[in-house]
Structure formats: C-alpha cells, structure tokens
Design a protein around this ligand. Structure first.
Ligand SMILES: [Zn+2]
Length: 335
C-alpha cells in the first residue's frame, strides 16, 4: 500500500488526519475554553473548572485512527469538530480528541510494526519494542491526565471501521465491567448512533476502550461503523446517525431515540496459542456468521475449539494474528 494522499481533501479532514489541531484549537481558545495539546495527536478542550465533583461537566474521549487505514471516522469527526469549533460555546463536555496512529494514517497502513489496539496492557511480551508500544505509552499518559480529576460521567468512544463484511455492519464492543447505569446509557446512546449490535466483552484483548473502562471507569466502547475506505472517499451518509448522536453528546442534548441494539454475550475467546493454529474459516468470513453446536472453530495442536451453545456467531475471525493474541470471538444472543 502506498502513502496516503492528503491532496484535494477538505481542509478540516486533512488537518485531523495529520493531527494538525491549529485552527480548531485557536477557535476553542478564542471562545474562552482551556485548550491543551498534551501529546502528539491529542487535543483537550475544557470548560471552566468547577469545584464540586458532581457539578463537573461530563468528560468525553473521542479516538479515531487507532487503525491507520480506518479513515471514515476521521472524516466524520473532522467535520463534527470543525462545526463545533465555530460555535464553541455549545460544547457542554470536557473533550479529549485523539488521533491514534498518525504515522500509520500517513502511510495508508493499518499499523507500522504491530496492532496499536492490542498495546493497552501492561505486559506486551515481544511487542514491547514496537513503534506502537511507544505510541500507546503516550496515549496512556495523556488519557490518565484527562480522566484524573474528571467528574463521574466519563465516556470513551473509539471509532473504527471493519476490515470485512458483517451481518450487522454497525456494531460495538462494550466491556462488561462498566457499571450498570452508565452501561445502559452507553448502549442506548449507541442505538441512537445507528449501532445494530453490541457485544459484551468480559476480558481485555489489549484494546484502548477496555483500558479506559478498567483504569478510568469510563463508559467505553470500540465502535465499528461500517466498511473500511479511502480517506476523502468515504460515503459519509453511512455515518449520519452516529454523527448526529456525537453532536448531541458533545452539546449535552438528548438525541433522537434509536432502536435498541441486539445484545450479544461473549461465549468464548479464541486465542492463537501456537503457529499450529488453524481456523476452520478464513479472515474474510463475515462477522456474525453463525456456527452450530459441535462445529470445529479452530485447532491448535492438541487444543480443539468447538461451538458449545446451540448456535454461536463468529466475530473478528483472523487466523493471521500473532501467537498469543485473540484470533476471534464467539458470541451468543443475550437472553
Ligand atoms: Zn479498527
């Protein structure tokens, strides 16, 4: 894949894709808001500090481009933040905007050395010396500073697009450990944003959203908004509902109620244990493809992964991941 071309892009999209916050930062600052640039690719915008903890504005972390080839959310958020910066007094939350893997975006690639969205863990094994490990450290520090001293309402929306087709093109992964109230609000809000299915995830795979849920008590989600596309050529109409929901969240406005997403629980997580790992299907398998009880999902030496429930659906199948990482999730409908 060749380097991404930033020519002919709308200026706001070019700027966000290159993590150039100059103009939006200036507009927020001119409106009297407190603007910070705590790390490369990270912008924070805060209102006046409030003494009382329960009077604090909600804190919202928006991240895009954690995978450098997932450009749709960059375009969508660029337009949303551009508009918001021109009416900055409408911002009703403390905002952290994060462009995840700037170098991968510039190269038109998913990552430089390794998947950034597996680096949000303390033990990185043989990935510790990769480019993305250093990038994750910078994001972890900026994220900690943002949520330290934040009020009780904490959100993190990590926006992605999927590599492969999906029976539910728009779906989200939600850490199970989020408390019930915020979790319900989050899932309701995801429905407003057009999310059709939610997968409850009991265990970290080293993702950014699980990290913020676990470490900072954020109502956090990895949000898959449709298919991967080229920067500047994404069909933004597929993101219209999510864009409207985001605009409402940032302005403290209740959105249009959406359909409640279908909720799935994780039945089993398929880990690649060795190079002998063989999956019964390829990485081009559609997300949420159903498998019947007893069907073999994968073999890995003496380990055989089979479907345990009457029916399980496979999500994120990828036999090509590194040994030790998640090669797929099997999910079942929550009752
Ligand atoms: Zn992604």
């Amino acid at each position: 894949m060749s380097a991404a071309s930033f020519d002919a892009l709308p200026e706001s999209v070019r700027a966000l894709a290159q993590a150039d916050f100059g103009q939006v930062a200036a507009r927020f600052r001119a409106a009297g808001l407190t603007v910070g640039l705590p790390a490369r690719g990270v912008l924070t915008v805060r209102g006046a500090a409030s003494a009382a903890q329960d009077e604090k504005r909600p804190s919202v972390l928006l991240s895009v481009g954690v995978h450098g080839d997932e450009t749709g959310p960059i375009e969508m958020v660029a337009h949303a933040v551009e508009a918001l910066s021109r009416s900055a007094h409408e911002l009703k939350v403390d905002l952290m905007l994060c462009v995840g893997n700037i170098d991968a975006i510039a190269s038109g690639k998913r990552f430089i050395d390794a998947d950034l969205n597996r680096m949000f863990r303390t033990d990185r094994g043989d990935l510790a010396s990769t480019f993305e490990a250093g990038r994750a450290d910078a994001l972890i520090a900026a994220t900690r500073d943002f949520f330290d001293g934040a009020g009780p309402q904490r959100w993190h929306l990590d926006l992605h697009t999927a590599i492969r087709a999906s029976r539910y093109p728009k779906f989200a992964i939600v850490p199970e450990l989020i408390q019930e109230g915020p979790r319900k609000d989050l899932i309701g809000w995801l429905g407003q944003g057009g999310i059709e299915a939610v997968i409850m995830n009991p265990k970290s795979a080293g993702t950014y959203s699980y990290w913020t849920a676990e470490r900072h008590g954020a109502a956090a989600s990895t949000v898959e908004l449709g298919r991967i596309g080229t920067l500047g050529q994404n069909d933004l109409s597929q993101f219209a509902a999510m864009s409207a929901a985001l605009c409402g969240l940032l302005r403290g406005a209740p959105g249009q109620p959406g359909s409640a997403p279908l909720v799935f629980n994780t039945a089993q997580s398929i880990t690649k244990l060795s190079d002998a790992f063989r999956m019964s299907f390829g990485r081009d398998t559609e997300n949420f493809t159903p498998l019947k009880q007893g069907e073999v999902i994968a073999t890995d030496g003496d380990t055989v992964y089979t479907v345990q429930h009457d029916e399980e659906f496979v999500v994120f199948p990828n036999p090509d991941v590194r040994v030790g990482l998640r090669a797929g999730i099997m999910v079942v409908r929550a009752l």
